[in-house]
Design a protein around this ligand. Structure first.
Ligand SMILES: Nc1nc2c(ncn2[C@@H]2O[C@H](COP(=O)(O)OP(=O)(O)OP(=O)(O)O)[C@@H](O)[C@H]2O)c(=O)[nH]1
Length: 784
């Protein structure tokens, strides 16, 4: 706000010189100067102002101007002829007006000798600028002042900083809402330029106008611009946004740019409009900043300064809004699918629950987990998996009503919240979702089929907050998974117990891993007499040990032995697989080194790894360090992988396998023959062993087709130079068939059950006597 007229310090403007022996008049801060000297000095005084953005005017006792500094012409555009003989408060106030507070200023100067204020003055052609005004009253020998000295200095820039930039930056720093900041820009601008009406109109991504601020424009007028398209003839603002450059319309009544909008602003008495585009860093127009005038006219210098600053401030505010929106997007939406994430689910579900409470309605939470999604990643790579997840997100969003919330929780898990929904409706929606996800999804030239299991929890019966509802829907989904792919389950209380059991088991497993509660057992793999894996015709006469497979055992302090079939899924669910596999690798290598140090000749140890271990890029380096640490050669370690890990087509997983092969490590395909691997790929893989799936071995005795397949697989292995290991051999007949068909390595309870490390030495000592029985069985079964 303008500062009111006040007494100011006498050193604020150049002092007037006067003879040293003139005594100051009592009660005055100014110095009385003899009239004769004064008239000679006044022109010299006004010349002092000639160089800066300031001016001096001298008036006589009647208040009319008698002397002016030359700077009035240069700075205010007012020549001496415009000023002399006129009153400053009129000539500087613009047409038909007077400087506000002039009488008060004069009165103060009369009483105190000097007074000052800040005011908007107008130079040539009504050009506005903010000035400090200092009025000195130079008294006559007695009585009223007979000379007035008015000095002016330009403070426009300073006022723009204090009245506009300062408050708006303050609002930005205090994180005030965009609409409030924009309104503040307009209000402050209107204080600095009382003859204008300021507005800010946003431009949305579709090129439509969205009013942001216009505190002096009635809401019912602003809303008439809402949704109007920008264009080449769309008023000053719509056209400025369209052109990307300022548009000055000096007369709205006649300018064709306003043909479609004139009727909106004319009733407000707005006659001219200057609009400037506000652009972001990339040059896109985000909004327009406009000045309206109440008479046909063009903008002046003060307006230009104000617009320059306002556009700058509005750009900052809009960019801040954009960063806020970006941060909000990152914080509350999933980057891959664009769906809300868990944080937004939390906020929205809380709102939905409050609403349901108030309305006395129920709501359903569906927990969705895709089936075999890991296989998609493993077989076709993460990029294909990502694309599938995006398509799933779209299908889910397409299956639910507007008020429902679809969110991606993590990985291949999604949640749908259905407000105002009963059990039957939830079942209906869940089935529709399942059908939608069961339809093939095309990614590039691949047709993928996934499907999903669903668990449903209902508010309020199954829980009254997100945590509980999610946990219960998850438990129901887990139950659905157990029943097979594509299952659907509603939550029941006993599921909670099962989920709690799993959580407890995971915690116990973690403790066992860290406190030495796990053990390795070893199952021998043997070569029949007369054979070695590589040279079937030239082996030792007795049965020999090919190696041992390390098998993880967990004896739970309360539950006793827990089978791997039970605890491996728990470890996978709890994210413990990496740690567990590292522990097994370390323990197996340490044990092999221990046997060899004790003179027990175990040629190699095999360790099972999960496909996710192969996602770890550091695996080859870790295996090399492990071998070095235990002084083992690469060929003394075999890593067994299920078929799904082998058919992962990502280039980097093949690279990892080749790096392991380069270390000499043997790589085995576990469960070979269960149907997933393409035979045409086998010869391209860095494989050393095939492990014949135990289901074939089991059926050899009574199914001719199993015999044919087992024989074919042994033949394939032999032709590709791979060592085939048959596992799960339990009977002499199975052993005999395999031996006869040239199987080089045998594993199963028929030869040895898995045993503790210290039992391997004694068992090895009795190996030779076992051999004859099997060879004999093979001969007698086949009548030789
Ligand atoms: N492509 C891709 N994969 C992901 C992403 N986030 C997690 N995953 C993978 O998603 C898989 C989810 O694992 P599971 O749900 O256990 O796998 P699944 O094969 O669906 O198992 P079931 O549910 O038992 O059928 C893991 O392999 C993760 O590595 C992602 O953003 N993109």
């Amino acid at each position: 706000m303008p500062r009111p007229a006040e007494e100011i310090r006498s050193d604020a403007v150049p002092a007037m010189s006067h003879p040293p022996d003139d005594p100051p008049a009592s009660g005055r801060t100014g110095s009385p100067t003899p009239r004769t000297d004064r008239s000679a000095l006044l022109p010299a005084l006004t010349r002092l102002f000639d160089d800066g953005p300031c001016a001096a005017l001298v008036c006589g006792a009647d208040g009319r101007i008698t002397e002016v500094s030359d700077s009035c012409g240069r700075w205010l555009g007012l020549a001496a002829a415009d000023l002399l003989g006129r009153r400053p408060e009129q000539v500087l106030a613009g047409p038909g007006a007077t400087i506000p507070g002039w009488e008060r200023l004069q009165d103060q100067a009369r009483r105190h000798g000097r007074a000052g204020t800040e005011a908007l003055v107008h130079g040539h052609g009504g050009r506005p600028l903010w000035c400090t005004l200092v009025l000195d009253a130079l008294p006559a020998a007695q009585g009223e002042p007979d000379t007035w000295l008015l000095t002016l200095a330009d403070i426009t820039q300073q006022r723009i900083l204090t009245e506009l930039q300062g408050p708006v930056l303050g609002a930005l720093v205090r994180d005030r809402p965009l609409a409030e900041v924009m309104a503040l820009v307009c209000t402050q601008v209107q204080i600095l330029a009382p003859d204008v009406v300021a507005t800010v109109l946003g431009v949305d991504d579709d090129g439509l106008i969205r009013p942001l601020a216009g505190p002096s424009i009635p809401a019912e007028v602003s809303c008439q611009f809402d949704g109007a398209p920008i264009g080449p003839k769309a008023g000053s603002c719509g056209t400025a946004a369209w052109r990307g450059s300022p548009v000055v319309v000096t007369d709205i009544d006649t300018d064709p740019l306003w043909d479609d909008y004139r009727h909106v602003v004319q009733p407000l008495g707005l006659r001219a409009c200057w609009s400037s585009p506000i652009k972001n860093g990339e040059g896109r127009v985000l909004a327009t900043f406009a000045f309206y005038f109440r008479e046909p006219r063009a903008p002046h210098g003060l307006h230009e300064q104000l617009v320059e600053m306002s556009v700058h401030l509005c750009t900052l505010a809009l960019e801040r809004e954009r960063s806020h929106a970006h941060i909000h997007q990152l914080a509350y939406y999933d980057g891959l699918t664009g769906l809300p994430n868990r944080a937004l689910l939390q906020a929205n579900l809380a709102r939905a629950i409050t609403q349901a409470q108030q309305d006395g309605t129920t709501l359903a939470l569906l927990f969705i987990d895709l089936d075999r999604f890991k296989d998609v990643n493993d077989s076709h790579g993460h990029a294909v998996g990502d694309e599938l997840l995006r398509e799933v997100a779209q299908r889910l969003a397409g299956e639910v009503r507007d008020r429902s919330l679809v969110c991606r929780l993590a990985g291949d898990e999604f949640v749908v919240v259905l407000p105002h929904c009963g059990v039957e409706q939830a079942r209906h929606t869940a089935e529709r979702v399942q059908q939608a996800l069961a339809r093939p999804i095309t990614v590039g030239d691949l047709d993928l089929t996934t499907g999903a299991c669903l668990g449903v929890a209902m508010y309020p019966d199954d829980g009254s907050d997100l945590d509980r509802l999610l946990r219960h829907a998850d438990a129901a989904m887990y139950q659905a998974k157990k029943d097979g792919r594509g299952g659907l389950h509603f939550y029941r209380a006993e599921m909670n117990r099962a989920a709690e059991d799993r959580l407890r088991l995971a915690a116990d497993l973690r403790a066992a891993l860290h406190r030495g509660g796990l053990q390795l057992h070893f199952q021998p793999q043997v070569c029949p007499p007369g054979k070695t894996p590589r040279s079937p015709a030239a082996g030792p006469a007795s049965m020999s040990l090919f190696g041992v497979e390390a098998l993880l055992r967990w004896r739970h302090p309360v539950l006793g032995d827990v089978s791997p079939e039970r605890f491996i899924p728990v470890a996978e669910e709890a994210g413990l697989m990496d740690e567990l596999s590292n522990w097994v690798l370390e323990a197996a290598c340490a044990q092999l080194a221990g046997w060899r140090a004790d003179g027990i000749d175990v040629p190699r140890v095999a360790v099972n790894l999960s496909p996710r271990n192969f996602q770890d890029p550091g695996l080859p380096a870790r295996v090399r360090q492990l071998l070095d640490r235990h002084g083992l050669r690469g060929d003394q370690l075999t890593l067994e992988l299920t078929e799904s890990a082998w058919i992962d087509r990502r280039a980097d997983s093949l690279d990892k396998l080749r790096a392991l092969q380069a270390l000499g490590v043997g790589l085995a395909m576990d469960d070979f023959g269960n149907g997933q691997s393409s035979l045409s790929h086998l010869h391209r893989l860095p494989l050393r062993q095939l492990k014949l799936d135990r289901s074939f071995v089991h059926d050899i005795e009574h199914l001719a087709v199993a015999q044919t397949l087992a024989a074919a697989m042994l033949h394939i292995g032999e032709s590709l130079g791979l060592i085939v290991v048959a596992e799960g051999i339990e009977t002499a007949a199975q052993a005999a068939f395999l031996i006869e068909h040239g199987c080089p390595v045998l594993q199963g309870d028929r030869y040895a059950q898995s045993m503790a490390a210290e039992q391997i030495g004694p068992w090895l000592a009795g190996l030779a006597s076992m051999a004859a029985a099997d060879v004999g069985a093979s001969r007698s079964d086949h009548g030789t």
